[in-house]
Design a protein around this ligand. Structure first.
Ligand code: DC
Length: 220
């Protein structure tokens, strides 16, 4: 395969998108772009500035003034906010809650769409998020919509979480809340693009998922 593809990976929270996307990008020698991290960085800067998250105009202003960049360091994507590596700071339960408000803001989404489309313009990318196949890369070479049962997703998050000590039930409730927020928002709600291939990975290993997607790329 000589042509560098654009691969869009969408799906709900904890559906395994980022782990799969990361490994897929590594195997194909592509760039991995985690768009959720960008919304998380905006939520962080708004929270740190002491602004009310529901103050849409102020949040947009702060987002416009912030520089959000993604860099690959030793094979892992790091998220930088105004020059600071905030990769760990954006993975807390507080940000999990705050980010839904940010992601439903139409103006902030507009800023993100521009940045994300520019990042993918050269091809050779695996981009994961909620609106990649529908809004960011409507002409992606391959679109995959990842799904998994709520039980499987909650168990995965429980295993992943670093030091936050949430129970399985708390994690499950948070995932359900985020699913609802992502799917019911007016702006770019989470949905499967008409031409996306569905990958239900409730009973699949990461390697099986990656192999499945690589198989699809070979059929293009
Ligand atoms: O994938 P994640 O959990 O890190 O995403 C964080 C939040 O950002 C989540 O609430 C959904 C939102 N998001 C979005 O609306 N659009 C994207 N392309 C990526 C994430």
């Amino acid at each position: 395969m000589t042509k560098k593809l654009t691969i869009a990976l969408d799906g709900p929270a904890a559906s395994g998108k980022s782990t799969t996307a990361k490994l897929l990008a590594k195997k194909l020698d592509y760039i991995y772009i985690d768009t959720g991290a960008m919304y998380r960085a905006v939520a962080l800067v708004v929270l740190e500035s002491g602004m009310d998250l529901t103050d849409s105009a102020q949040s947009v202003k702060i987002a416009e003034q912030s520089e959000i960049t993604l860099k690959l360091i030793e094979g892992n994507q790091h998220t930088f906010l105004n020059g600071e590596d905030v990769s760990d700071k954006i993975r807390t339960p507080q940000i999990d809650v705050a980010v839904s408000q940010i992601a439903s803001n139409a103006h902030i989404r507009k800023i993100m769409v521009k940045l994300q489309q520019a990042m993918a313009s050269e091809g050779g990318v695996v981009m994961d998020g909620r609106d990649i196949g529908t809004v960011i890369l409507p002409d992606a070479d391959l679109k995959v919509f990842m799904q998994a049962s709520i039980e499987a997703r909650a168990k995965r998050r429980l295993k992943d979480q670093a030091n936050h000590n949430l129970t399985l039930e708390e994690i499950r409730k948070d995932i359900e809340r985020r699913d609802h927020a992502d799917m019911s928002r007016k702006e770019s709600p989470l949905k499967q693009a008409a031409d996306a291939l569905l990958l239900d990975n409730s009973n699949m290993t990461i390697d099986q998922q990656v192999e499945k997607i690589i198989g699809w790329t070979k059929q293009l």
